[in-house]
Design a protein around this ligand. Structure first.
Ligand SMILES: *[C@@H]1O[C@H](CO)[C@@H](O)[C@H](O)[C@H]1NC(C)=O
Ligand SMILES: *[C@@H]1O[C@H](CO)[C@@H](O)[C@H](O)[C@H]1NC(C)=O
Ligand SMILES: *[C@@H]1O[C@H](CO)[C@@H](O)[C@H](O)[C@H]1NC(C)=O
Length: 272
């Protein structure tokens, strides 16, 4: 039974800070997050959800289309809920600061709360890593199947629970385009739709690095070797599940449902 829900007050959208420096979320993107995270939840993707959305009296200037025509928009505060807000980056920072005791404490806490079955396992940290690989591969497979591009796939925005978090410049594709990039300032397409599986793989390799102070080096090396295969396998399974689900959900009534499947596992694997 999951009893813990951690609350995170989101009042900041990163792209807007960089461009405008006032650090406020606008009503428009807050509604987008609310709608998209509900949709993702009901499509079976593990995700954070929006508990409340408060519109502020304050107005902010935004150049919505980045064409030099800023308009006044309403600001808003979104209350986001998730079972945990720990990210791969939360462990990386501890490892890079040499805070091994704290690293162990945080990982033990996450295992105790969310990976309870492995808490008494002899190699629980490696076990933990494998589970994050499996679940993250699964999550990304579902993203690919739905045509969802997260937009900011760095280790800070990848949950240790493999939930979709940090709805920022995300997007759903209208028609299939493997180069789809939802973040208008991601000029190089670093986090394009088709780069998501390899971005996920990269982040998982960083997770293994972050865990290195508390796991045996030889075992870690071996793990690195098998994790790619595990990732590919799990993505295929995730993809098949979505396909099966979609068949159940829409196939009979909706002749377009087959087009909802955006990217096949062989493409996923090819991207790695
Ligand atoms: C990505 O994660 C970092 C660290 O928590 C956060 O500051 C940033 O706002 C996140 N990006 C988005 C789009 O939410
Ligand atoms: C969009 O991409 C740019 C370039 O990679 C990056 O600097 C920026 O942080 C991204 N936007 C968000 C909201 O993460
Ligand atoms: C991947 O799947 C194949 C075929 O089902 C299986 O033989 C192999 O052991 C799996 N590898 C991993 C790392 O799970």
């Amino acid at each position: 039974m999951e009893l813990i829900t951690v609350v995170n007050l989101k009042i900041v959208i990163l792209i807007l800070i960089y461009r405008h420096g006032d650090g406020r979320a606008v009503f428009r993107s807050s509604v987008r997050e609310f709608l998209a995270s509900e949709a993702m939840h009901y499509l079976g993707v593990p995700t954070s959800q929006v508990a409340s959305l408060v519109v502020s009296d304050e107005q902010v200037w935004r150049d919505q289309f980045y064409d030099g025509h800023p308009i006044r928009e309403k600001a808003a505060v979104v209350l986001r809920l998730a079972k945990s807000w720990f990210r791969i980056g939360s462990l990386e920072i501890l490892t890079s600061n040499g805070e091994t005791d704290l690293l162990r404490k945080v990982v033990d806490f996450v295992i105790e709360q969310h990976f309870n079955k492995i808490k008494d396992s002899k190699e629980k940290y490696l076990e933990f890593f494998s589970q994050v690989v499996t679940r993250t591969a699964h999550m990304i497979a579902i993203w690919q199947a739905l045509g969802f591009a997260h937009g900011v796939c760095n280790t800070d925005n990848f949950s240790l629970l493999s939930m979709t978090i940090d709805y920022g410049p995300f997007g759903f594709m209208d028609t299939y385009n493997s180069d789809f990039v939802p973040n208008t300032s991601d000029d190089e397409g670093r986090y394009s739709f088709s780069n998501q599986p390899s971005a996920g793989q990269y982040n998982l390799a960083k997770l293994l690095d972050a865990l290195s102070p508390i796991i045996d080096l030889a075992r870690a090396l071996y793990k690195r070797m098998v994790s790619r295969k595990l990732f590919v396998n799990s993505s295929s399974q995730g993809f098949d599940l979505v396909r099966a689900d979609k068949k159940n959900l829409f196939m009979d009534e909706n002749p377009f449902s087959e087009y909802l499947i955006m990217q096949k596992p062989c493409d996923l694997a090819a991207g790695l």
